[in-house]
Design a protein around this ligand. Structure first.
Ligand code: AMP
Length: 367
């Protein structure tokens, strides 16, 4: 089976690698020369909206998917008129606009932070007066890793924030107090079968994900998250892996956003779950039975941001698995990740501490 993947970033690379033992032949389309995925599968070097390139993919492949959510919807729709594209283009479209995404959550009864679209400085000031401070002004599109955002702590912050981000469609959100950030990695097959990984606890620094690990099991919280996930999957008639980002608040879970793709907070599943999110995504889009989503021992994932630790030093840590993306180092850039597995929580903590010493960017006291 030949699978077209729009986007040959690290997620594409890991999808392709998961597909090879299943006799899947991946083909990438990415305008970026020498993208990470090109190291493991052929890459068509063209713009996403290049119809000739899309038509070639449609001729060569039986199904298509994508590895990032800002792939132009027009490109995906062009492909979808020729071969099946999963996740469905509609899910991609909803996820690209924070207003549509949050409105969808609301319509499905999935709680969110208070939010409102704002089209002028006066509207922003009125919204903030109503919602209260602090609040966050966000671009509706193309924001990631905390980019395209301005925190508003005082009404006087509105004007400079508006001038910095204005000229784009914007949304303002009330700041919610959360205990921690969680994500739910969900998967739905072509036949409607669903599976959920254990909730993942995520820690960020400077707006970038640094550490993810399965949260201590909490059946009620897991059920609440899966209820929200199920609503979303069924409403979108979704096929593939979907990541739902959540805030764990005093009165329950609030949804922040969803990604219609495999997700950084699910990388630990490569070694820490019976079936990885990458394999399950492929199984789902190809109409194959989904794999088990349970954990294997204890596991955590650390991102390598801006620089990569020395390979030999990482591999000297028991249970450490090195995943490099072949990217040129740049501050703030995700260059790779390291999964650490261990038989128990104490061993995992000790191994993460050893890894911390190599990475040199300490995070939370318990890591
Ligand atoms: P986002 O780009 O929406 O994923 O936001 C990036 C980060 O900003 C999140 O991971 C949170 O840490 C924080 N954040 C975003 N929205 C809110 C909110 N409404 N209340 C509190 N923190 C938020």
């Amino acid at each position: 089976m030949n699978v077209a993947i729009l986007g040959a970033g690290q997620l594409g690379q890991m999808l392709a690698l998961a597909g090879i033992p299943l006799e899947i032949r991946p083909f990438f389309l990415d305008p970026q020369p020498e993208a990470p995925g090109s190291r493991v599968a052929p890459q068509l070097l063209a713009d996403y909206t290049d119809h000739a390139a899309l038509d070639q993919l449609a001729r060569d492949c039986q199904v298509a998917t994508f590895d990032f959510e800002n792939v132009p919807v027009e490109a995906v729709n062009h492909l979808a008129r020729r071969i099946p594209v999963y996740p469905p283009p509609r899910a991609l479209e909803q996820s690209q606009d924070r207003l549509r995404e949050k409105t969808l959550f609301r319509s499905l009864g999935i709680p969110t932070a208070p939010f409102q679209a704002v089209d002028s400085l006066a509207e922003l000031e009125a919204a903030v007066s109503r919602m209260g401070l602090p609040a966050i002004l966000k671009t509706r599109r193309l924001g990631y890793d905390g980019k395209g955002q301005a925190w508003l702590r005082d009404i006087a912050d509105c004007a400079p924030a508006w001038h910095r981000l204005g000229g784009q469609d914007l949304i303002v959100e009330g700041v919610v107090i959360f205990r921690r950030e969680l994500s739910l990695i969900a998967v739905r097959g072509r036949d409607g079968q669903q599976a959920f990984y254990p909730l993942v606890e995520n820690q960020h620094a400077d707006g970038i994900l640094r550490l993810s690990r399965p949260a201590t099991p909490d059946a009620a919280l897991q059920a609440q998250a899966e209820h929200h996930g199920q609503r979303l999957l069924e409403h979108l008639d979704y096929v593939g892996v979907l990541a739902l980002e959540l805030f764990d608040c005093e009165h329950g879970l609030l949804a922040n956003e969803f990604a219609p793709r495999v997700h950084n907070s699910g990388h630990w599943t490569l070694e820490g779950a019976v079936t990885s999110q990458f394999e399950n995504h492929l199984r789902a889009i190809l109409g194959l039975p989904l794999g088990e989503t349970t954990t294997v021992g204890c596991c955590a994932m650390r991102n390598c941001i801006g620089n990569l630790p020395e390979l030999g030093a990482v591999l000297a840590i028991p249970g450490a698995h090195y995943h490099g993306y072949g990217k040129i180092p740049r501050p703030g850039r995700k260059l790779g990740h390291i999964t650490v597995t261990a038989p128990d929580a104490a061993a995992l903590a000790a191994r993460l501490q050893a890894l911390d010493a190599l990475l040199g960017d300490r995070l939370a006291p318990d890591t």
